[in-house]
Design a protein around this ligand. Structure first.
Ligand code: NAD
Length: 248
């Protein structure tokens, strides 16, 4: 069959830094051919150059129809197939409750964290059906258990959990698995932008394991969910958070 030869192909968004970059490393180790998508050209070049194997990069804003389509088109143009989509794009800036939140800001966080997943899946699913591929979305503990002064992020990340289940129901019969990871606090540029070193140390005391996570520890769960080792798993959200804090 033309266009379906060679090693599997993974498209990873937000791949220039943090969890996305660590996920790209994990998939490269598993022998995937990669497309890294991000809006940071310099970071994208550095992330791509650091990886072994076949790596393509694409400057693409996952919150737009053109950007999401361009990312998927890059995978098909370069490799002729798509086996895994990892939707890592997301983020927030805590500090406001609903009372202080401008509508434009609400819309911005919803677009970044939830609409991006919808757009990327819409563009990729026709190709994932062809390969019997997998999607892994990145939510957050904030979407399951909440977080102070970050209502748009909490709502959007809860939406990612619901969208994951909806996608799994609709596209499982066609052979595509869609799962989700919900990380706790992870040491990434996002974390370092939003929290002081003292706050990061404090966050580490919340987890049962007594520390915050490293990007590679989230990537390990994503890699497993995309692999055949998780072949009977779909619609699920796995918390990767060092263990939930006990009530007492
Ligand atoms: N770091 C944490 O503690 C933590 C915890 C729970 C969930 N998460 C989630 O994990 C994901 C990754 O977080 P991170 O900490 O690695 O973030 P990060 O900010 O460190 O890296 C995000 C990357 O996304 C890129 N990006 C931003 N907007 C984009 C867009 N519109 N299109 C394409 N790329 C874009 C940035 O250029 C950057 O390379 C996010 O969805 C975040 O909400 C992070």
């Amino acid at each position: 069959m033309t266009g379906l030869s060679g090693a599997p192909v993974a498209l990873i968004t937000a791949a220039a830094h943090g969890i996305g970059a660590a996920t790209a490393r994990a998939f490269a180790e598993d022998g995937y051919r990669l497309v890294l998508a991000d809006i940071d050209a310099t970071g994208l070049d550095a992330a791509g150059a650091a990886l072994p194997g076949q790596v393509a990069t694409v400057l693409a804003d996952a919150t737009t129809e053109t950007g999401s389509a361009a990312a998927v088109d890059a995978a098909i143009a370069r490799y002729g197939r798509l086996d895994a989509l990892v939707n890592v794009v997301g983020g927030s800036r805590p500090g406001r409750t609903v009372v202080d939140l401008e509508l434009a800001e609400w819309d911005r966080w919803l677009a970044l964290n939830l609409t991006s997943v919808f757009l990327m899946c819409r563009a990729a699913l026709p190709h994932l059906v062809t390969t019997g591929g997998a999607v892994v979305n990145v939510s957050s503990g904030a979407g399951l258990r909440g977080m102070r002064a970050n209502p748009a992020y909490c709502a959007a990340k809860a939406g990612v959990v619901g969208l994951t289940r909806a996608l799994a129901i609709d596209h499982g019969p066609a052979g595509v698995r869609i799962n989700c990871v919900a990380p706790g606090p992870v040491r990434t540029p996002l974390m370092q932008r939003n929290r002081s070193p003292a706050e990061i140390a404090q966050l580490g005391t919340i987890a049962v394991l007594g520390r915050i996570g490293e990007p590679g520890e989230i990537a390990a769960a994503i890699r497993w969910l995309a692999s055949d080792a998780a072949s009977y798993l779909t619609g699920q959200t796995i918390e990767v958070d060092g263990g939930p804090a006990p009530l007492v």
